[in-house]
Design a protein around this ligand. Sequence first.
Ligand code: HEM
Length: 321
Amino acid sequence: MPHTQYPAETLEKIKLLQEKFKASGQDLSSYLEGLLYADYLTYWDYINLDTLLSLQQPKTSFKDEKIFIIYHQITELYFKLIIWEMEQIAEQEDIKAAFFKERLERVIMYFDHLISSFTVMWKGMEKDQFLKFRMSLLPSSGFQSAQFRVIEILSTPVQNLVHLEERMDFSGQESVQELFDNLYWQFGATELATGEKTLTLKNFEKKYGKELKELIVNYKDNNLWGKYRQCKDVDQELTDLMKSMDLKANVFWPLAHYKSAVRYLQRNPEDIAATGGTNWQKYLPPRFQKVVFYPELWTEEEKDNWGKGWVVKEIFGQEEI
Ligand code: HEM
C-alpha cells in the first residue's frame, strides 16, 4: 500500500517515533512488531487489582477484622500520597509559593479524607468482635506505622518532635542519635516502672530505626518548614495552609483516632490495655504531646490550648473532663 494513503498525522507520529528510537540507537521496526503482538492493557493489570485484593488476611474468623485491616491499608495509601506531595515540595530548588500551595492543598485534602473517614473505625465495627480479635494482634500496633513517622520528619525540624518536657533544651544541632532517642513517641512506648522499651517499640526500631535516622539527616533543611523559609514569595495564603496542615496532622487526625480508642478501649474505672502497651489515655490526646510542626506560626495562647476544647466537645460531649 503506498504510504500516501496513510493520514498525515499517522505519518507524522511515525516520523516522531523514528526520531525517538534513533536517538537511543533502537530500531523502530522491531518495536512496531512488538506492538503487533502485545496484548491490550486491562484495568485489572494496570492497578494490580488481584494483588491488591489478596492483601487482606485476617488473623481470626471475626468478620469485622477485615474492616480493621482494610481501613489501615486505606490510611497507609493516603499516607503514601501525602509523602509523595511532600517529597515534591522538598525537591524544588527555587520553590515558588504557587507550587507550594497547590501541593499543600493536596496534603490537606488527603488529611481531610482521613479525618472524616475515621468513622469507619469508631462506628463501623462491633465492639465485642474488636475486643476479641485485637488480642490476636498483640504486640503489633498502628504505633508502628513508619509512614506516619515519615510524615512527621518531612513536616518539621526534628527538634519539634522531641518529647515536650525536653523540647526547649534541643536546638536541632544534637547528634541524630540523641534527637532520635528523645522523640516524643519513644517515651510513649516506654514502660514507666522499668524504663524498658516495649516490644512494640523494639520491633519497630529494629525494622525502621536506621531508615528514619537517615531521613532526619536528609530532611534537616528540606522539611516543609525549611522550604517555607526558603520560599521567597510567601504570602498569607501559604502561611494559612501551613497552619491548616499543622492542625489537621497534629490535632484533628489524632483526635479522630483517639475517638476510636475511647470507643473501644475505655471501660471505666479500668481502661483496657492498648496493644502497643502505651498508657494511651495520657499518650494519644494531642493536648498532652503538644506536637506542633510550625510553632513560629502560632501565638503562645494558641499553643497553650493545643488540642483542648475540641476534644472535650467532640469526644466527651461535655465541657470538662
Ligand atoms: C479501632 C481503631 C483503633 C484503635 C482502638 C487504636 C488504638 C491505638 C492505641 C491505643 C495507640 C497507642 C499505642 C498503643 O499502645 O498501641 C495507637 C497508636 C497509633 N495508631 Fe491506632 N488505633 C486504631 C486505629 C488506627 C488506624 C486505622 C490507624 C491508621 C494507620 C492507626 C494508627 C496509629 C498510629 C500512627 C499510632 C501512633 C500515634 C502517635 O504516636 O501519636 N490507628 N492506636
